[in-house]
Design a protein around this ligand. Sequence first.
Ligand code: NAP
Ligand code: ZN
Length: 348
Amino acid sequence: MKARAYAATSAGARIAPLEVERREVGPHDVRIDIDACGVCHSDIHQAEGDWGPDIFPMVPGHEIIGIVTETGDAVTKYAVGDRVGVGCYVGSCGTCDACANGDENYCPTWSTTYNGYEQDGVTPTYGGYSDHIVVNEDYVLRIPEGMDTQAAAPLLCAGITVYPPLKSYAGPGKEVGVIGLGGLGHVGVRIAKAMGSRVTVFSHSPGKEADALRLGADAFVATHDPAALKPLRMSFDMILSTVSASIDIDAYLNLLKTRGVLAIVGLPVEPLSFEAGNLVGEARTIVGAKLAGVGTTQEMLDFCAEHGVVADVEVINIADINEAWQRIKDSDVRYRFVIDIAGSLRDQ
Ligand code: NAP
Ligand code: ZN
């Protein structure tokens, strides 16, 4: 089945229209006509070959919301007309320890939504910069009623990336820092506040202070002056780094209390380094996290619906995607681009 899409045909190429082949709806599949797709910095990292090896042509997009328009014979969870979401993966083996634990996101042979292969190991997957997608119902999320489609789409990656570390280490009475006020960071501020934490934003963009406070942050630290961090030594229970570039890990470790946690979810291209003494001396921990299983992703969506958490979005026409990517690279997104797929691709 043909799908209209926008793709990169090689590493670093401009994103341009391309028709791709999607599978027919199988017994366990749903077809989703896509309404909105968020734009994640990971789309750029992958299309530009930052992490490699990559699969081209690449149709990015893993913050997808749309409507079910067809269901396979064996589908039980969804019906035609349901509003659903697809995040960063569309399959996993179902038998490994990770899958058995509900950690499909850590299945060694998971199928990423794009730049990966279906479970057959040979059919490339194509993401949400596209008019429709066909997905096994087990990897589809239910979008809670009342959530705006475009504002909710970024929760499918940005939201589920920050939710698990915040669930583990934030909470009432906790001092939480969020480094980087971009797509992940601004949702992180809202979720950390909804969990009852006191939140400080660390940003290298001084002009984002008013937005940080509007988003609910209690304090804002402009990091272009490293001296600004010094008075905050030993102040934080947890700091979440959402930065896409290298940061001074030692500077942030020293802001953690004894047994404090630095949770890294941002994925800079260059390796990070730190002094062992800054970890050992105060029994601090550095953890990483990548998304969550399907069950926790649904839990996150329901939590966000209950607490009124969505993203601040700039809705764009898909023809403007290359300019949007440049603005993300310039840290100039306020705070997530979402492509109006229904209005600018699907119904054209
Ligand atoms: P984004 O919207 O571009 O936000 C990143 C923010 O980092 C920027 O807004 C900026 O915030 C800060 N930043 C950028 N360059 C910086 C620099 N040179 N020095 C200091 N701060 C800088 O990106 P995103 O979509 O939120 O993604 C963030 C990172 O997380 C990416 O690397 C992405 O690939 C990764 N990611 C990881 C997962 C996972 O599962 N772990 C999932 C999704 C994305 P300020 O302007 O406030 O400083
Ligand atoms: Zn993402």
